[in-house]
Design a protein around this ligand. Structure first.
Ligand SMILES: [Zn+2]
Length: 276
């Protein structure tokens, strides 16, 4: 469930607590998805970054912890987090205890559906991490993706344009709500064959994706289902959504009823009048 804006929000909130701190303890729930994280116990955190929907914690010794929050997840830092010595709470998969001088912080990863995972990979001088999931990802939607690439990827493709946006091998970080909002803003029907869209529509769509990402990051992400802000408070993007989750309600632009469909296997909301 967390998409690029939610993971970016987590990374920004985590940085001041984590950089320069030592990982004094790593507690996992015993599931194989998380055990690799314990390799980093005792290491020092050099940096916190995000690629696509992955949160990366760079440690000394050229090791990077790759956290993927799966369908739903939240990281809690500091005062709102459980005390270090308490047993893991229900659905809490991973707890990192950080110490920097007298400062202590607790990072707690809660993942009710259990689709997340932690991996540790070696990091090269350019920051690339030797993990298959990261190496297979397309350019980050916010940092590296271009309209020219979208035009090239769409060329000749019969798959729906929404499927292309959600394909992490093509562009990393876009999930269901960002896709629905961007397609709505650009006036593009989600089920439209990618290869049938002309260059101006694709350029409009690329710009719309970036607009939605910036808007959502500014709002602290969206609180959808299980996602919670890093300090336990909600992000506010859900109040600004114009398409996602509004099926059956009037379109804010034209007043027609927004329709629900399934595109690329995902629930999709769009306006039959505004999106062509
Ligand atoms: Zn409309």
């Amino acid at each position: 469930m967390p998409e690029l804006p939610e993971v970016e929000t987590l990374a920004r909130a985590l940085r001041p607590h984590a950089i320069g701190a030592r990982l004094t303890s790593v507690i996992v729930d015993g599931h194989a998805h998380w055990t690799q994280a314990t390799d980093l116990a005792g290491g020092r955190v050099l940096g916190v970054r995000r690629i696509g929907k992955h949160l990366l914690i760079d440690c000394d010794g050229d090791a990077t912890l790759d956290l993927h929050l799966g369908m739903s997840g939240a990281v809690r830092v500091g005062a709102a987090a459980p005390q270090a010595r308490e047993p893991l709470r229900t659905h809490e998969r991973l707890r990192l205890l950080l110490r920097r001088g007298q400062e202590r912080a607790v990072v707690s990863l809660v993942d009710p559906r259990g689709f997340g995972h932690a991996h540790v990979g070696a990091r090269d001088a350019e920051g690339a991490v030797a993990l298959p999931a990261l190496q297979a990802m397309g350019p980050d939607a916010l940092e590296a993706w271009t309209a020219a690439q979208l035009v090239a990827d769409a060329d000749g493709r019969r798959a729906p344009i929404k499927a292309l946006l959600l394909d992490q091998h093509r562009v990393a970080g876009i999930g269901n709500y960002v896709a629905d909002e961007a397609l709505f803003a650009a006036g593009v029907r989600p089920g439209r064959a990618a290869g049938s869209l002309r260059r101006p529509a694709l350029q409009r769509l690329h710009a719309a994706v970036l607009d939605v990402l910036h808007q959502s990051i500014a709002a602290g992400g969206a609180s959808l289902r299980d996602y919670g802000h890093v300090d336990g408070g909600p992000g506010a993007m859900q109040w600004q959504l114009r398409a996602y989750g509004r099926a059956g309600l009037p379109c804010m632009v034209c007043g027609h009823t927004l329709q629900r469909s399934v595109v690329a296997g995902r629930g999709t909301t769009s306006c039959p009048h505004c999106q062509r």
